[in-house]
Design a protein around this ligand. Structure first.
Ligand code: ADP
Length: 193
């Protein structure tokens, strides 16, 4: 299996690049943010719970997120591999993901990180908020909170994959196609190693 964690702060371009990567490599895309938003739209119990955290720029609790992600992985027993987008966002999630994949005799192949500086992130998120309808992209205080939570809780997850020699950083500023090519180069180098 080819299992990729697509990593980076809010607004780094994970969703955009995921769409292109799943096409190229025939992978299943699991975006925890997208799944939460679908549940919010459908007014499920999970959606109501998730919304209370998302609207504040906070993370949904680990137990809830891990259970949801595990269920989504298990819905795809024949997948050639996964792109995990927005997961893991905490060290506990990273450990849970390893355990889950190990139970399937698989593992994470690579963490690809989109590197974008904070000012650019804020600019992109506010721009996206104008037409996406995402409430969490419209309030500068919520955006700042998400970036702060990223720096405090999510950025350290990088060390978890660095220690396993699986971390590759890519410059997330520039043309979408150029960034996509840089990501593909990393994946192909890994596949051929
Ligand atoms: P972005 O990366 O642009 O902030 P996402 O669409 O990935 O947005 O996620 C939106 C929100 O969903 C996050 O701010 C967070 O509240 C929640 N969320 C998404 N993934 C996770 C996760 N793995 N753990 C906890 N909360 C999450």
């Amino acid at each position: 299996m080819l299992n990729i964690v697509l990593f980076g702060p809010p607004g780094a371009g994970k969703g955009t690049q995921s769409t292109k990567l799943i096409d190229r490599y025939s992978l299943v895309h699991l975006s925890t943010g997208d799944i939460f938003r679908a549940n919010i739209k459908g007014q499920t119990e999970l959606g109501v719970l998730a919304k209370s955290f998302i609207d504040q720029g906070q993370l949904v609790p680990d137990e809830v997120t891990i259970n949801m992600l595990s269920a989504e992985v298990k819905k795809n027993p024949n997948a050639k591999g996964f792109i995990f987008d927005g997961f893991p966002r905490t060290s506990a999630q990273a450990a849970a993901l390893d355990a889950l994949l190990e139970s399937m005799n698989s593992s994470i192949s690579l963490m690809l990180a989109l590197e974008v500086e904070e000012e650019e992130l804020k600019r992109r998120l506010l721009l996206r908020g104008k037409d996406s309808g995402r409430a969490d992209d419209q309030d500068p205080a919520v955006i700042q909170k998400r970036i702060d939570v990223y720096n405090a809780e999510t950025f350290p997850v990088r060390d978890y994959y660095l220690a396993q020699n699986k971390y590759k950083g890519v410059n997330g500023i520039g043309e979408v196609e150029a960034i996509f090519t840089a990501l593909c180069d990393q994946i192909d180098a890994k596949a051929n190693s």
